[in-house]
Ligand binder design. Structure first.
Ligand SMILES: Nc1ncnc2c1ncn2[C@@H]1O[C@H](COP(=O)(O)OP(=O)(O)OP(=O)(O)O)[C@@H](O)[C@H]1O
Ligand SMILES: [Mg+2]
Length: 252
């Protein structure tokens, strides 16, 4: 359902972020992206919702080109893609509820959302989303009064309220302690399974990648150098992704 066709990205300063990437990610997968710092993991993820413009190639979402989409078509495609970040990206001084309602913005006119007029169904959906991550009792607190793990759950709830079909997570646990890390990764994995949301996570921890992924993509210097099910991602493969020579392995 997410298809990269000959995708390359060169930044304006000449740095190659992605080097001719071809890959198809299927509905419901939980894909973990691994690779050294600078390998292109964030570039890959941010290309999917066009936070990054690619330089060549094409990305299709359910057969629709997000690369070519403009205006309303782009907005509608983006609505189906939720994203969470290492630093949570919440509006800190707003309430938890308002942050979650922000997930609904793509469904309404700008004016309506500017004045905070969300329909009753949106409020119900926001509370339901908060319940799914176990923090509905925090709805009226200011986002910055929550712990890091709770803030990441607000961000997850925002994507649930968005009713996106895809969840992109760029190092979602990098700012969290080990216990909270497991809770947030469990939330992500549960949502992936229960709601069949295609999930792509950038992670630095090999152990977490092995624990949660159904499929591993390994990047090195902008190239996809490993693509296979988690069972095939042995220690030798991880060693190859992090240290090996540039030659591709596909275990699919
Ligand atoms: N805005 C930018 N302008 C120029 N170069 C960039 C930009 N963003 C990323 N890069 C470069 O592109 C390459 C890939 O970066 P990217 O952020 O995708 O790596 P990453 O795998 O996510 O790394 P990390 O694990 O450190 O987050 C790196 O060499 C990086 O320096
Ligand atoms: Mg990154």
């Amino acid at each position: 359902m997410i298809e990269f066709k000959n995708v390359s990205k060169t930044y304006p300063n000449g740095v190659v972020g992605l080097n001719n990437v071809n890959v198809t990610i299927n509905e419901g997968e939980l894909v973990v992206i691994v690779g050294l710092s600078g390998a292109g993991k964030s570039t890959f993820l941010r290309s999917i919702n066009r936070l990054n413009e690619i330089s060549s190639g094409e990305i299709l979402i359910n057969g629709n080109s997000i690369t070519k989409a403009k205006g309303k078509e782009l907005r509608v495609l983006r609505r189906d893609i939720g994203m969470i970040f290492q630093n949570f990206n919440l509006v800190k001084r707003s309430t938890v509820l308002k942050n979650v309602l922000a997930g609904r913005v793509g469904y309404h006119s700008t004016l309506r959302t500017l004045v905070g007029m969300f329909p009753k169904e949106d409020l119900e959906l926001a509370f339901e989303s908060l319940k799914k991550v176990g923090i509905e009792q925090k709805a009226y607190m200011r986002a910055d009064q929550l712990s890091g793990g709770q803030q990441q759950r607000v961000a997850i709830a925002r994507t649930l309220a968005q009713q996106s079909k895809v969840l992109l997570a760029d190092e979602p646990i990098a700012s969290l302690d080990p216990v909270t890390t497991i809770q947030v990764m469990d939330d992500i994995a549960r949502i992936n399974k229960e709601m069949n949301i295609t999930t792509i996570v950038n992670l630095h921890h090999v152990d977490l990648a092995k624990k949660y992924a159904t499929r591993i993509l390994g990047f090195r210097e902008g190239k996809l150098v490993f693509d296979g099910p988690v069972e095939k991602a042995t220690d030798e493969i991880f060693d190859f992704i992090y240290n090996g020579k540039t030659e591709e392995i596909s275990e699919n």
